[in-house]
Structure formats: C-alpha cells, structure tokens
Design a binder for this molecule. Structure first.
Ligand SMILES: CC(C)(COP(=O)(O)OP(=O)(O)OC[C@H]1O[C@@H](n2cnc3c(N)ncnc32)[C@H](O)[C@@H]1OP(=O)(O)O)[C@@H](O)C(=O)NCCC(=O)NCCS
Length: 320
C-alpha cells in the first residue's frame, strides 16, 4: 500500500463587494494614501456590509473549494474554520458554515489569529493521516471590520474582510505531493502586543489594539527563522522553493522577511495591495488566486508561513 499524503484538491475564496480605499480612510483619520502605500503596500480592502457574516463568507468560499475539488457534502469528514471574528462567541461559526453546506461531520473553530490557517492545515493533515476523514474542509474567514477601531490610524489602514478555503484530501501516492513539514511556535509573553480589547475605554464593541512597531520587529525575526527551519527540515535549499504564500500582513514587512530568509520577493504570492490583512483568511485567499491564475503549477514547491496575535506563528511546506 502506498503512503497517504494530504493534498489540496480544491480551493475557493469569497470577499464582500464593498471596498474601502485609502482615500476613504483619509476622510476618517489623519493619514494619506502615500503614507499607507509606502508603509504597508495596501491600496484597498474589502469591507462587509451590515448584513454579511463571517459564516456567510466562509460558507461561500467553502462551497467554491468543494466544487473545485469535485466533492459533495457527504465526502467531507471534518470542517475547521480558523477565525478570530466568529459570528458569535457560541456556537462555533463552523456549525453555521456546516449547516449552510449541508455537512453533518465534526465542525469546530480554531483560534490562532493570523496564523490560524497554517495551524488548521496541520490539524487537517493529522486527521487525514489518522484516518479520521478522507476529505477535510479548511476555511479561514474574518470580518475584521467589525473589530477595527476606525478612529485609530495605527490599525484601521491595515485590515480587511474575506474568506478562503481548501479541501484537503487523503491521497495514496509514492510521490512527495501534498503537505509535508509543519512547524509552529508561540510566545504568550507578547500577548499584549496585539489583542482584542473586550471593553474599550471609549465604549462600544471590542476593538483591536496593536503595538505595530514591535509586532513588525517580532514578525521579521520569527517568520524568517521558521522559513529557514522548515526549508532545512524538508531537505532543500531556499533557492529551490518555487513559491511562498505568506500571511498578507504588510508589504514592507514581507520584504524584510524575504531578505533575511534569502527568498526573492518575486517568489512571494501577494494580494495585500487589494485585500489588506485578512488574518486567518489571507493565505487561502492568496493561494486560491494564484492557483486559479495558473501561477502555481503541479510539482512546484510551496511554503505557507504566518505570524499573528499571541504571538503565534507557523509554517508548512507543500508540493503542488
Ligand atoms: C503599523 C505599521 C504600518 C506602522 O508603520 P511604522 O513605520 O512602524 O510606523 P511607526 O509606528 O514607527 O509610526 C511612525 C509615525 O507614523 C504615524 N502613523 C501611524 N499610522 C499612521 C497612518 N495611518 N497615517 C499616517 N501616519 C501614521 C505614527 O503616529 C508615527 O508618528 P510619530 O512619529 O509622530 O509618533 C507597522 O508598524 C506595521 O506594519 N507593523 C506590523 C503590523 C502588522 O502586520 N500587524 C498584524 C500582524 S498579523
């Protein structure tokens, strides 16, 4: 019998129609298009309307991924929704997504902030290898606009809304296709650098608070180190990586990471200019875009890498 590998057999994404431009933000806070573009690389982000929900975007992304993988509801043995902006604290957003997709398999939310999708991929891979499921639907979905403080120029320019999904399938093969090395870390001593303030002094709903400069510094160190680590453990040189699909935090930050990890910027899949930082949704959204555009080809080596609140971080290697 050939070994089982966890292979991405379909992807999908869904973003709200609403778009928030840098010019719009100039009307909300003291900022300029030039500052935002120079410091972050972001031009526009998608923003949900009041009747859109995290579960709604997640379900649509999931539906598209299932169609691409050509699997039906009864084929899916596990659903994981990575999110920090659930519809409600209880029940898990994944249960609503499951209902919308006609799934009755196990379904739960996973909270690892912007690193949530890479963590969820690893849980999905483990479930396939353990024989718990033949197909796992892994979704990253966020409505960050619901927790962003649009009076805080340090954070409001960065975040957007959206969802991305992949179907991970158990495939028996002698090849190296699919997910291989996954490595993860946390530093809870730095939880205060990026967190949701549940009862802001200014009143109203919970809001994101961030010490941007320090998050930037930590992110550059951990992201570049973990790229080097998984590449070394996978047994190949950084040069033989074809693509890195990173969490879409900030272009300047990714440039610093790429330099330290010895990966040319041309190998990074980037869509943050149009989507901003969508936390757990950003990697599957960028991946879906690159696959549908035919940029990532069969046989190519891909690396997923992310860091977020916690701090949490992780990376995994994948052969398309
Ligand atoms: C937030 C971030 C873009 C700020 O860029 P920066 O170059 O570090 O800027 P600094 O924080 O040093 O601030 C420089 C100045 O710009 C100002 N500034 C901050 N936001 C601004 C904005 N939107 N428009 C104009 N000026 C702004 C600051 O107030 C500061 O002014 P001061 O010097 O008078 O105090 C950057 O720190 C960053 O991207 N950090 C990582 C954030 C991230 O990715 N978080 C999510 C991780 S998952």
């Amino acid at each position: 019998m050939k070994p089982i590998r966890a292979v991405i057999t379909g992807t999908g994404r869904c973003v709200p129609e609403g778009v928030l431009t840098n010019a719009d933000l100039q009307r909300l806070v003291s900022t300029t298009d030039a500052w935002i573009v120079e410091r972050t690389g972001i031009h526009t982000r998608h923003i949900a309307s009041s009747d859109e929900t995290t579960s709604g975007l997640a379900a649509e992304a999931g539906r598209r991924a299932m169609a691409a993988a050509n699997v039906s509801a009864t084929d899916i043995g596990l659903l994981i929704v990575a999110t920090v902006t659930p519809d409600e604290r209880m029940p898990a957003t994944a249960t609503r997504v499951a209902h919308s997709l006609g799934l009755t398999c196990g379904a739960f939310d996973l909270g690892a902030a912007c690193a949530g999708f890479v963590y969820a991929l690893e849980v999905g891979r483990a479930s396939l290898l353990a024989g718990t499921a033949r197909h796992v639907l892994v979704i990253g979905a966020e409505l960050l606009s619901r927790v962003v403080d649009y009076t805080d120029r340090d954070t409001c320019v960065l975040f957007g809304d959206g969802a991305g999904a992949v179907v991970l399938s158990a495939v028996e093969t002698d090849t190296e296709t699919g997910l291989s090395i996954g490595r993860f870390g946390t530093n809870g001593a730095l939880a205060h650098l990026l967190h949701l303030e549940e009862a802001p002094e200014s009143g109203g709903r919970p809001k994101v608070r961030m010490q941007g400069r320090e998050v930037f510094r930590q992110a550059v160190v951990h992201l570049s180190e973990i790229i080097r680590q998984v590449v070394a453990e996978a047994g190949f040189e950084p040069e033989s990586l074809d693509w890195v699909v990173p969490h879409q935090a900030n272009k300047r930050l990714l440039e610093a990471v790429a330099k330290r990890a010895d990966v040319p910027m041309s190998k990074l899949v980037i869509n943050l200019d149009r989507c901003g930082n969508t936390s757990a949704a950003s990697i599957p959204m960028a991946l879906d875009e690159a696959l549908r555009a035919g940029r990532i080809e069969p046989g190519q080596r891909v690396l997923f890498v992310a860091l977020g609140a916690g701090l949490t971080w992780g990376a995994s290697t994948y052969q398309a």
